[in-house]
Design a protein around this ligand. Structure first.
Ligand code: GLA
Length: 381
């Protein structure tokens, strides 16, 4: 049974009546371009074949009733007339926040009964929350026939995180969950909100490896990185680090702290690498992609300081197997979570074997491996 069928079955079991519709939105993996989105820069993620499915029916009243199968089978109910933050069921704030933002744009939105289920590993940096938000938006847009496009949906999802949930994230995760394209990654310009498909080479898959490092202090460290980047942009009097070149940064090195300099160097060089990987993918130049992904990992490790020793170990183990035949790096926000490899299919089993043989010994942890394909986003037509 696929995820949509499961959601529909949960709805029937929970509410003793069939649902009207089932909507779905994917999680994502980022090929390259991390911590660039909130600097108005470039990212290159793909939507993956793991996501969130929501079975739904309209209601006549102004209530939203949500059953979350994967959150201890809890049920949350609230009124559209008074959407409050819920201190007890944190998961329900994604629903509350997203609908609160949607209501600002489309006051005609009405009530609904929902059953939610998903298979994006939670807290692993594969955007289970963005996939949840975009699935909610797709569900309400379908139930109430709202003229909501993917870019608007992504912005509303991000607003829900920023203004309601309290996470200062960028736009990447919501945008790719809404707009991803099958068999492609996507170069997103996070300032212009435009995108370009980037073909995944034929015979290649994503091997996504969860380090299973417990992510701690993620929000505070993430927000701190963001503040450091904004401080450097302010120092130069520009809107965002997107507007600076490495030469400009170097010329001011003496007037910046070492940390500020390295944070900005990561962002500026990562933007260049991301654009270069787009060209490498278009030209099927795997060796160049491989080098750029490794350079990205090292920059996130040394300059941006968001990797962990366990993630570094995974990248080393994978790189030894794939050499220049594929690429590997940490992916997402960091501080734990996943590393990704874009690898030829014949190396998937050797990568898994190397991880089983070496990772636990080196880290004391057991990794989970997900072999993924690039899929279509919820709002992509
Ligand atoms: C998290 C955020 C994104 C992005 C990445 C890092 O996934 O939600 O907006 O900043 O971290 O690239």
């Amino acid at each position: 049974m696929n995820l949509k069928q499961q959601a529909s079955q949960h709805f029937q079991q929970q509410f003793s009546t069939p649902c009207d519709i089932v909507c779905y939105a994917p999680g994502r993996v980022n090929v390259i371009g991390d911590h660039t989105d909130y600097n108005d820069g470039f990212v290159l993620p793909a939507a993956i074949n793991y996501g969130t499915a929501i079975a739904a029916s309209k209601r006549d009243d102004n209530q939203v009733l949500v059953y979350a199968h994967d959150c201890d089978q809890q049920t949350s109910q609230f009124s559209l007339d008074d959407i409050q933050f819920d201190q007890n069921m944190m998961w329900s704030n994604y629903v509350r926040g997203t609908i609160a933002m949607l209501q600002n744009k489309f006051p005609e939105v009405g009530g609904a009964t929902l059953a939610v289920t998903g298979n994006v590993p939670q807290g692993a940096g594969l955007s289970s929350s963005a996939s949840f938000e975009i699935a909610i938006l797709k569900t309400f847009a379908s139930l109430y026939e709202l003229p909501l496009d993917g870019i608007q949906a992504a912005l509303l999802g991000q607003q829900a995180e920023n203004q309601f949930v309290g996470c200062n994230c960028g736009i990447m995760d919501q945008l790719i969950s809404a707009m991803g394209q099958e068999s492609n990654a996507m170069l997103l310009d996070c300032r212009a909100l435009t995108f370009e498909d980037a073909p995944i080479p034929a015979g290649f898959s994503f091997v996504i490896v969860n380090s299973n490092v417990k992510r701690g202090l993620v929000d505070s460290e993430y927000n701190l990185r963001r503040e450091q980047c904004e401080a450097v942009a302010k120092h130069f009097g520009v809107k965002a680090l997107r507007d600076l070149t490495l030469e400009q940064l170097q010329s001011e090195q003496a007037n910046l702290s070492d940390v500020e300099y390295r944070r900005a160097r990561h962002v500026i060089s990562e933007n260049d690498r991301t654009l270069a990987v787009l060209e490498a993918l278009k030209g099927n130049d795997i060796a160049t992609m491989s080098e750029l992904m490794m350079a990205s990992h090292m920059s996130l490790k040394d300059d941006f300081e968001v990797t962990t020793p366990q993630m570094d170990a995974l990248v080393e183990i994978i790189a030894e197997v794939i050499g220049q035949q594929g690429g590997t790096r940490m992916t997402g926000g960091g501080f734990g979570g996943c590393v990704v490899a874009l690898a030829p299919d014949e190396l998937v089993e050797p990568i898994k074997a190397a991880i089983s043989a070496q990772y636990e010994q080196r880290s004391g942890l057991v990794a989970n491996v997900y072999v993924c394909t690039a899929e279509q986003g919820a709002f992509r037509v």
